[in-house]
Design a protein around this ligand. Structure first.
Ligand code: 5RP
Length: 236
């Protein structure tokens, strides 16, 4: 039986695809994570003739695999820098639609594909819905760093007020998580983030930081699957 959370993810994903992936769209960005699995499932329920005319731009090894397994045509932002719409998950979304992303360590490619899109849509379950970032997602802001600089970046993050910042360690491998881009991830908690743009700027200015998992002023709409089976749609 599907759990409440899985049902919530599915409802949000299906509604977002139904409302934002249009027959005339030719290039669709596809985010990463467990909610995006439902996005791809819904895309695969479309008319196969429509999918055959469409290119899908993945944001990670995981989402590329989902698309290829579904027999869809994949492309990259180098070939397709104008994306009609990108749909992605999030770790937390605030009242203004700013988001924390990178729980799956894919936020660099996710941000590039989101920024290349005319519309960026977030799909999530009820646990991700917050007023202020840092309320629900307390693991910290994911920060992708070049490996040789990680200790230097960690010190700078601590100096910026993230005293609990730490290198993300792998689970089924000794040592750190290595991203799809060959980098490391530092998770940097900043408590409640009332000004995510400032945190984004401050962290991005640290030399050695590749990308910060704060997506500010990017999403047009967020779909949250709720516990009661409904979907909350939040627009800017
Ligand atoms: O940002 C991400 C990966 O880098 C994911 O979109 C985010 O972690 C949400 O994942 P899930 O849908 O599994 O909760």
């Amino acid at each position: 039986m599907t759990s409440l959370i899985e049902q919530a993810k599915q409802k949000a994903a299906y509604q977002a695809v139904d409302e934002h992936v249009l027959p005339e769209h030719r290039v669709i960005g596809v985010g990463s994570g467990s909610t995006v699995v439902h996005v791809v499932a819904r895309l695969l329920q479309r008319d196969p003739a429509l999918n055959a005319k469409t290119v899908f731009v993945p944001t990670s090894f995981q989402s590329r695999g989902l698309l290829l397994d579904g027999g869809l045509t994949v492309g990259d932002v180098e070939q397709y820098s104008n994306i009609d719409v990108t749909i992605d998950g999030a770790d937390e979304v605030d009242a203004q639609l700013n988001a924390i992303k990178g729980g799956g360590a894919a936020h660099l490619q996710e941000k590039v594909v989101a920024e290349a899109a005319k519309k960026f849509i977030i799909v999530a379950d009820f646990r991700k819905d917050s007023k202020v970032l840092g309320e629900q997602w307390t693991k910290g802001v994911p920060v992708e760093v070049v490996p040789f600089a990680w200790r230097a970046v960690l010190k700078k993050l601590q100096a910026l007020g993230s005293s609990e910042a730490k290198l993300r360690m792998a689970v089924a491998k000794a040592g750190p998580v290595v991203t799809d881009n060959g980098n490391f991830i530092i998770d940097a908690p900043f408590g409640l983030i009332h000004d995510p743009v400032k945190v984004l700027r401050d962290v991005k200015l640290i030399t050695g930081v590749v990308e910060v998992g704060l997506f500010c002023n990017m999403a047009e709409v967020a779909y949250f699957g709720c516990e009661d089976g409904s979907v909350t749609v939040r627009t800017k």
